[in-house]
Design a protein around this ligand. Structure first.
Ligand SMILES: [Zn+2]
Ligand SMILES: [Zn+2]
Length: 820
C-alpha cells in the first residue's frame, strides 16, 4: 500500500484531536501516581519564539508523555511571565498600552507552542499580569511585610545622566545607558527590600534535601557564601596618639562617648598578627565621623565620588587594578598585637558586604597582597609552610609563626584560640557571615505589580486590607519614568491619595512597582489551582501536586529566580500555606542552541532561527527530533540545516515501516536489540540523554530495514518508544495500522536477560584447512558470516585470484571455502 507522509496534515489533525478531547488534562485527584514536571514559563517578547525555546519544552514534554504511558497523572502546563521592561519600552516607543502589547505577544507565542505539539494542559494557563493572578502576588507581599521581611532602605540605583531615569541592570552596558549611550552613575534611592538573608541558612541546608545538578548547587552555595569567622573591633587613633572617641549622637540624644571601634569581619582571625593595614569602603561612615581629623579629606571624598560611578560588580572584580587613598591623620591599632597600622580607603571593599571595613593580611590574601605591593605596605608572613618566603600563599595549611599567643598552632586551632581571646577581652566575637544580600524589590517603572502598601504620617508604612486586593494597576497617560526617577504612577495624585488602614487618616500609596522576579517566584503553585478566586491555591490541591518533581531551566536563573522562588516557598511553608519546605525535587539545566555560526542567537548577529519555518514545512516532529538529537542536552550546540533535514529523512523511513509488517508474534530475530532499545530509551529519557535515545532508535530502525520486515508487536512498541519525541507521526501510524489509540497503550517493558547478547566462535577455513576463528553474535545469517570472513586479511589473501567453488556453513560452528 502506498501512503504518503504529509507531516503538516498529520500534525494539524492530531493537534485538533488533543485539543478537542483535552487529551493532556491533569486530574486534581487520582488513583494514579502524580508527576509534576515544570519548565520555566517564558517572557512573551515581541520577537516570538526562536528554536532555542523548544529545547527544554520538548525535553520535559518527552518525559511527560512517557510518564503518562507509564500510568502517571501528569501536570504539565504553560503560562506567561509577562510583566517587564521590553514590553514597557516597546509600549513607550510605539505609544501602545503594555496590556495590548502583552496580549498580542502571548497570542503569537501560544500559536507557536501549539504548533510544536507540546502536551500542555492548556486549561491551566496563567498570566502574571492578569489581576486574578497578581492579586496573589500582592497577597504574598503583604504576608512578607506583616512578618517583618519587607522593609524600605536607601540603596543605590543605576541612574542615566542622559535620560535622567533609573535603569535596570540589564539596561546598563559597560557603564553606559543601553538606550542613549550616556554615562550611568550610582545614585541613592529608597527601595523596598526583601529579607532573603534571614533565610540564608535554610536555603543552604535545603540544598542537601534536593536532587539538583551539582553546578546548580555549587552556584547557589557560593552565592549564599556562608563563612564562619569573627567580628573584631579595632580602635582608631589621632596624630597625638590618643584613642579617638565616637561622637555619634545616640537615640537618647547623648553622644556615644566610648572609644571609636572600627568593626571588621574576617573569616581568618588566625592571621590577625599578619594584619599590616586596614581598608574601609569609600562610603564608610567613619570618614564623616572623623572629618576634622582626616588631613586629606578632599582627596578621600574625590576618590569616593569616582567610586560612586561604579557598580558593586565592577568594584569587586578580582582582575581589576587596585586603587585607593591612604587616610592621613588617623591610624588603627591591632587589638591583639598592639601594632599601629595605616587605614586606606579603597573601592574593592563594599559597604554592602560585611561591615564595610577589613583587616588586610597581605601575606595570605591575594587581593591584599596586590594592594600592599602597589602601596609599599609591609607583608608579614604568619603561617609557615612549604612555600618559600616572599611568595604569596593562602595560608590554609602549615603552622602559625610570628604570632606570640598562637605560634605553632594549625590555622584551625589558632582560629578557635583567637576567637576565645577576643571574646574574653570583649574586643570581638564569633560570627557567621553571608555574601547573600537582601533582595531589592522595587522598580520605578509602570509595567509591574502595584505594591499593596500605603504611607501614613502617623503609622508609617501599612499594608492595605487583603479585601482590597487586587490593587489594580491604574491606566496612566504615559509610561515614561518621570524626570526625577519616580515611577509614572507618581503623577497620579487621585490614585495615590487614600486612607490609612490603621488610623483612617490620609495616606499615600506606594508608587513603585514590583520587580520582574515577583510573579515567577510562585507561579508553579498557581498551576495546581489556577482559577481559585479565594486562595492562591487550595491546600488540598497543593498537597496533592507538590513538590514539583522535575524543574528544568536556564543556568542563568540559578542565583536569581531559582533562589528567590525557594525563598518565597520556604516562607510560605513557615506560615502554613504549603506543606513542603522545598518547591522543587529535581533541577536540571539545558545548554543553549546557538546560531548556525556557532554564536549565541541574537537579533543583532542576525542568526536567529524561527521554528515556524520548520513547523510549516517539514513538520514539528522533525523539528522536535532534531532539537533532541542535536547533541548533549546539557551543552550548547549550533543549529544545522542539514541536521533538521536528516531528522525528516529518519521519520520518512519510520513511515515506511508500515509496508514491512509481516505475520508473526513477538520481536522475531530482533529480540535482543529490541529489549536493549527499550532499556536504553527508558533510561535515557529520564537522564537528559535524549540524543543517545534517538541514536538507539535509529540503529534499531536500520536493523529492521536490513531484515526488510517486522512484526506488528515490534512496530507497536517502536512507535510507543518514539512517541514522546515525535508524537504526531506515531499516533497517526498507530491509527492507520488499526492498533487503536497509542495513548491507551502501556510503555513497553524489557526483560534484562533478553538484553544480553550471546555469541559464538566461528571457525574459518579454506579447503578444510583451519585459518582462524572470529566471534559472531547469535542469530547472525549465513550471508553475514561470509561477509565477515571476507573482511579478515588471511581469508581475503587466500581467496585472492581463486574461484570459490562451494561454501560449507555449519551454523554456530564453522565456515569453509572450497576454492581452486
Ligand atoms: Zn540614557
Ligand atoms: Zn495611619
Amino acid at each position: 500500500m502506498e501512503r504518503k507522509y504529509n507531516p503538516i496534515e498529520v500534525e494539524k489533525k492530531w493537534q485538533k484531536i488533543w485539543d478537542d478531547t483535552e487529551a493532556f488534562k491533569a486530574e486534581d485527584s487520582s488513583d494514579k501516581p502524580k508527576f509534576y514536571p515544570l519548565i520555566e514559563f517564558p517572557y512573551p517578547s515581541g520577537a516570538g519564539l526562536h528554536v532555542g525555546h523548544p529545547r527544554p519544552y520538548t525535553a520535559l514534554d518527552i518525559v511527560a508523555r512517557k510518564r503518562r504511558l507509564e500510568g502517571y497523572n501528569v501536570l504539565y502546563t504553560m503560562g506567561w511571565d509577562a510583566f517587564g521592561l521590553p514590553t514597557e519600552n516597546y509600549a513607550i516607543k510605539n505609544k501602545i498600552h503594555p496590556r495590548a502589547v502583552t496580549e498580542k505577544n502571548i497570542a503569537v507565542f501560544k500559536e507557536q507552542l501549539r504548533s510544536l505539539g507540546l502536551s500542555f494542559d492548556w486549561s491551566r494557563e496563567i498570566d502574571t499580569t492578569s489581576p486574578e493572578y497578581y492579586r496573589w502576588t500582592q497577597w504574598i507581599f503583604i504576608q512578607l511585610f506583616n512578618h517583618g521581611l519587607a522593609y524600605k532602605k536607601e540603596m543605590t540605583i543605576n541612574w542615566c545622566l542622559g535620560c535622567k531615569v533609573g535603569l535596570a541592570n540589564e539596561e546598563v552596558v559597560q557603564g553606559c545607558c543601553e538606550r542613549c549611550g550616556a554615562e550611568v552613575v550610582q545614585r541613592p534611592k529608597l527601595q523596598w527590600m526583601l529579607k532573603i538573608t534571614e533565610y540564608a541558612e535554610k536555603l543552604l541546608n535545603g540544598l542537601d534535601e534536593v536532587d539538583f545538578i551539582d553546578r546548580v548547587k555549587t552556584q547557589q552555595r557560593n552565592w549564599i557564601g556562608r563563612s564562619e569567622g569573627a567580628e573584631i573591633d579595632f580602635e582608631v587613633y589621632g596624630e597625638d596618639g590618643a584613642a579617638l572617641v565616637d561622637s555619634t549622637v545616640q537615640a537618647d540624644g547623648s553622644a556615644n562617648g566610648q572609644n571609636y571601634k572600627l568593626r571588621i569581619f574576617t573569616s581568618r582571625p588566625d592571621t590577625i598578627y599578619g594584619t599590616t593595614y586596614m581598608v574601609v569602603s569609600p562610603e564608610h561612615p567613619m570618614i564623616q565621623v572623623f572629618k576634622d581629623k582626616v588631613k586629606n579629606y578632599d582627596e578621600v571624598m574625590q576618590y569616593a565620588e569616582e567610586a560612586a560611578k561604579k557598580s558593586d560588580f565592577e568594584r569587586s572584580e578580582l582582575v581589576k587594578e587596585k586603587t585607593g587613598v591612604k587616610i592621613e591623620g588617623i591610624y588603627a591599632k591591632n587589638p591583639i598585637s598592639g601594632a599601629e597600622m595605616p587605614i586606606f580607603v579603597s573601592d574593592y571593599v563594599l559597604m554592602t558586604y560585611g561591615t564595610g571595613a577589613i583587616m588586610s593580611v597581605p601575606a595570605h590574601d591575594e587581593r591584599d597582597f596586590e594592594f600592599a605591593k602597589k602601596f609599599g605596605i609591609d607583608i608579614v608572613r604568619v603561617i609557615k609552610n612549604s612555600t618559600p618566603d616572599g611568595e604569596f600563599d593562602d595560608g590554609s595549611e602549615g603552622v602559625l609563626i610570628n604570632s606570640p599567643l598562637i605560634d605553632g598552632l594549625s590555622p584551625e586551632e589558632a582560629k578557635t584560640k583567637v576567637i576565645d581571646i577576643l571574646e574574653e577581652q570583649s574586643i570581638g566575637r564569633r560570627k557567621i557571615n553571608y555574601k547573600l544580600r537582601d533582595w531589592v524589590f522595587s522598580r520605578q517603572r509602570y509595567w509591574g505589580e502595584p505594591m499593596p502598601v500605603v504611607y501614613c504620617e502617623k503609622d508609617g508604612w501599612c499594608a492595605i486590607s487583603e479585601s482590597e486586593l487586587p490593587l489594580l494597576l491604574p491606566d496612566v497617560e504615559n509610561y515614561e519614568p518621570t524626570d526625577n526617577g519616580e515611577s509614572p504612577l507618581a503623577k497620579m495624585e487621585d490614585w495615590i491619595q487614600t486612607t490609612c488602614p490603621t488610623c483612617g487618616g490620609p495616606a499615600r500609596r506606594e508608587t513603585d512597582t514590583m520587580p520582574q522576579w515577583a510573579g515567577s517566584s510562585w507561579y508553579y503553585l498557581r498551576y495546581a489551582d489556577p482559577k481559585n478566586p479565594n486562595e492562591l491555591a487550595s491546600r488540598e490541591k497543593l498537597d496533592y501536586w507538590l513538590p514539583v518533581d522535575w524543574y528544568n531551566g536556564g543556568m542563568e536563573h540559578t542565583t536569581l529566580h531559582l533562589l528567590y522562588s525557594r525563598f518565597w516557598h520556604r516562607f510560605l511553608y513557615d506560615i502554613g500555606v504549603v506543606g513542603t519546605p522545598e518547591p522543587y525535587l529535581r533541577r536540571t539545566s539545558h545548554g543553549l542552541i546557538l546560531g548556525p555560526d556557532g554564536g549565541k542567537m541574537s537579533k543583532s548577529r542576525g542568526n536567529v532561527i524561527n521554528p515556524d519555518q520548520y513547523t510549516g514545512t517539514i513538520g514539528a516532529d522533525a523539528l522536535r527530533v532534531f532539537e533532541m538529537f542535536i547533541g548533549d542536552f546539557e551543552k550548547p550546540n549550533p543549529w544545522s540545516e542539514d541536521g533538521v533535514k536528516g531528522s525528516k529523512r529518519f521519520l520518512d523511513k519510520v513511515w515506511q515501516l508500515m509496508d514491512m509488517v509481516v505475520e508473526g508474534e513477538g520481536y522475531g530475530e530482533l529480540e535482543t536489540i529490541v529489549h536493549q532499545t527499550i532499556k536504553k530509551v527508558s533510561y535515557d529519557y529520564e537522564n537528559l540523554k535524549f540524543n543517545t535515545a534517538i541514536a538507539q532508535m535509529m540503529t534499531l530502525l536500520n536493523e529492521i530495514r536490513a531484515k526488510g520486515k517486522l512484526t506488528n508487536d515490534l512496530l507497536k512498541d517502536y512507535l510507543i518508544l518514539l512517541n514522546p519525541v515525535a508524537p504526531h507521526i506515531t499516533e497517526e501510524m498507530f491509527e492507520l495500522m488499526g492498533y487503536g489509540s497509542l495513548r491507551e497503550h502501556a510503555w513497553p517493558r524489557y526483560e534484562e536477560e533478553k538484553t544480553i547478547e550471546s555469541s559464538f566462535m566461528l571457525a574459518l577455513s579454506i579447503n578444510g584447512k583451519f585459518k582462524l576463528a572470529v566471534e559472531m553474535q547469535d542469530g547472525v545469517s549465513k550471508e553475514d558470516c561470509i561477509a565477515r570472513a571476507k573482511e579478515e586479511k588471511r581469508i581475503a589473501d587466500a581467496l585472492e585470484g581463486k574461484d570459490i567453488v562451494k561454501i560449507i556453513y555449519v551454523e554456530k560452528k564453522m565456515l569453509n571455502f572450497v576454492v581452486k
